[in-house]
Design a binder for this molecule. Sequence first.
Ligand SMILES: NC(=O)c1ccc[n+]([C@@H]2O[C@H](COP(=O)([O-])OP(=O)(O)OC[C@H]3O[C@@H](n4cnc5c(N)ncnc54)[C@H](O)[C@@H]3O)[C@@H](O)[C@H]2O)c1
Length: 370
Amino acid sequence: MTMRWRIPAVCDRSYEIRVSDFLLEPGNDGLLGAGRTSGRRFFILDAGVAEHWQAPLQNYLAARGIDAGFFVVPGGEQAKNMETVGAVLGELRRFGLDRRTEPIIVVGGGAVLDLGGFAASVYRRGVPWLRVPTTLFGYVALSAAVRCGVNAGGAANLIASSYAPKLVLLDRSFLSSLPSREIAGGLGKLLELGLLHDAELFTALESGAETHVTRKLQDDAGRVVLGRAIDLQLRQPYAGTDPSFAAAFAGFADGATVRHGEATALSARLSATISAHRGMLPPDELIRVERLGRRLGLPAIVPDISARVLHDALGRSGVLLPRCVGAGQFVRDVTMAEVALALDAMRQDHSGAGWTVDSATADAEGAGRR
Ligand SMILES: NC(=O)c1ccc[n+]([C@@H]2O[C@H](COP(=O)([O-])OP(=O)(O)OC[C@H]3O[C@@H](n4cnc5c(N)ncnc54)[C@H](O)[C@@H]3O)[C@@H](O)[C@H]2O)c1
């Protein structure tokens, strides 16, 4: 006799994404959401954020009567590994985190958010967590991300889980302390969104490109552009898949060669070039893409990556090519020869001018506004 049972399981992964400017003002409850409002909190902080924001954060917590624990992690890929996860888990145990009422709050760039979310997913079978992105790329690209993880065995995000935060808080004031290169890279993500999905976003970027770079999206124009970008990002039907060359270019992001936002912009530029070669995208629209990339301070240099790597990264999912600024079309028959031709054109085209924005000036202006 065979006996068989099926155990029903319903997993609610829904979560809220909230734009909440000035999280560190004492009257703002955002950071204390999704948990007991009084009591304790444990923060995993990106070191790049801690340098500028840990003191204001501590003042906020003191004003709110919160007893806080901090674990500061080096920013970027360097700490996105199992060794750091182990160290975080040890600190959580020492802190004696209450797994129901004290959500972990992870504040940082995409790498630290991936690490912190992963630590939350495995600590005592999973504890609630809040995600607070502080890079422009993270603000847009990780607003709706469910995947968390760390790198291992030479592969990005090899150890990973799908573990949604309880709440995502978007506060653009954190962007004011970003180095210019991180701002430019993040604007590269916005360029891609505008090119493939929204002509108005693209035009808004064109009309204030240099200002967005120097003011680090702290003014009204920055608020409008960010709001539009987030809304677009959250309406993309491609969750979990990536119909672009960005992941392949980002494979070069482990070192300082290519930032993740830059990889997205390179992908947009390659797609636009292929599309123009096919006669799909009018030549003057390709010029607009190139010109905007330069004005946003994106690097003109194309990394030393082969057409085969880029083409193979597409797999069977195809790629979204722009038909015009603001509209993309899914294409599954892009050949390696087309990728090679477009890559060559990008390499010949670049002026070698590198960054078009004076980083020191932009950083000083951003700091002045903080
Ligand atoms: N989970 C997902 O679905 C998903 C999607 C895309 C990318 N990612 C991951 O995101 C990571 C890339 O993220 P990123 O582009 O945000 O870069 P990053 O996390 O590497 O951060 C870049 C740098 O900015 C610094 N920084 C962060 N916030 C700052 C601030 N407010 N002021 C000053 N410095 C600050 C950091 O210390 C770091 O040096 C990669 O690890 C990638 O795998 C995850």
